[in-house]
Design a protein around this ligand. Sequence first.
Ligand code: 13P
Length: 251
Amino acid sequence: MARRPFVAGNWKLNLGPTAAHQLATALREGLADVSGCTIAVFPTALSVGSVVPVLKGSGIAVGVQEIEAKASGAFTGGNSAVMAREAGCEYALVGHSERRQLWGETDASCAAKLVAAYDAGLLPIYCIGETLDERRADRVDEVVFRQLEGGLAKLAPDQVAAITLAYEPVWAIGTGEVATPDQAQAVHASIRGWLRERYGAVADDIRIQYGGSVKASNAADLLSCPDIDGALVGGAALEAAGFAAIVRASL
Ligand code: 13P
C-alpha cells in the first residue's frame, strides 16, 4: 500500500493567537485545492483555540506540541492530551529533540506520553534523531534504535501501526544545515528495517517524516526518497507560501 504523504508544521514557541489565526487563514486559502496528503499544524497550546475554528473542515488538522503523561492533576504548566482533544487537536508531538534537550525528556517519559496520546484519541508523531557528536561517532543507528525501543515499548501493535515517526537529526534543526537526501534516506531505511524486524509487514505502512531545515527549495529532493514519507517543518512552516510549497512537493 502506498503511504500517503504527511507534512506537518511545528510552529514551536511562535505566533500568539492573533498571528496564528492569520497564518491558519492563509493556509486554508493557499491549500484549499490540495488532496492526497495529510497536513497538520502544531501551534503553541495558547493558540490552538484560535486556529481550530479556522481550519475546521479545511483538511488541515491541528495538533498539540507537548502533552503530559497524566490527563489531569497537579502538574502546573502542563498540557493534557484529553483536554487537547477536547480543544480540537487530532495529533500530538512526542519526544521532540528540544523537549529532550531542554526539558530532560527521556525515552521512558516518551513511552508514557505515547500511551496518553492514544488513550485520549490523539495520533502521535514520535520524534527521534541523533546529535552531531553521535553522528560523528558513527552511532546513528544505535541512537535511533534505542529511541524506538524505549519510546514504543508500551504500545500495542495496532498503536505502533498508527504512529507517525519523525526522523529529525538534531544537528539539522534550525541550523540551515539539512541532511542530504542520501543521508536522510539511509536512516529512514534503517528505521523501517528495525520496524519490520519488530512488527512485521506493518512497517511498510508507517509514515516516517524527515525534519531539520526543510524548506521549499530542498523539499522535493528529500520527499522523493523512497522511505521519506513527509516532513516535519519548523522555521519554514511560519510562512504560508513556503509551507504550501513544501506540501505540494510531497504530492
Ligand atoms: P527547522 O525546520 O526550523 O529546522 O525545525 C525542524 C523541527 O524541529 C521541526 O520539528
